[in-house]
Write a new protein. Structure first.
Length: 97
C-alpha cells in the first residue's frame, strides 16, 4: 500500500481501538501477532497444499492405534530419556535436529 492510502487506514484503526479495554487490546494484539506469524510461517508449513483439519489427521492415524511406536509415551519424573532414540524417532518423522 502507498503511504497516502496507509495513513488514513491506520488512523481509522487507531480510532476504533480506543473503544476497547486494556484486556481486549491485549487479545487484539495477540490476534495480530498470530496473523503476522501465519503470514510469515503458515505458507511454508502448508507447502502449497490445503491444510488438513485436526480431525482428518487423527482419522489417518487410527490404523496405528495398536502400534506403540507411533504414540507419545508418558514418562515419570526423574525417569531417564534416551535422547539418541528420541532424536532418531523425530528425524524419521521429518524433524531436523
Amino acid at each position: 500500500m502507498h503511504e497516502t492510502t496507509l495513513a488514513p487506514l491506520v488512523e481509522r484503526i487507531t480510532q476504533q481501538l480506543q473503544q476497547f479495554s486494556e484486556d481486549e487490546l491485549h487479545v487484539i494484539q495477540d490476534f495480530v501477532a498470530f496473523l503476522i506469524w501465519k503470514r510469515r510461517y503458515g505458507s511454508e508449513q502448508d507447502n502449497g497444499e490445503t491444510a488438513k483439519s485436526a480431525e482428518s489427521r487423527a482419522m489417518e492415524r487410527l490404523p496405528d492405534l495398536d502400534d506403540p511406536t507411533q504414540w507419545i509415551t508418558v514418562t515419570q519424573q526423574d525417569e531417564d530419556i534416551n535422547e539418541a532414540d528420541l532424536n532418531h524417532w523425530l528425524q524419521t518423522r521429518g524433524y531436523q535436529g
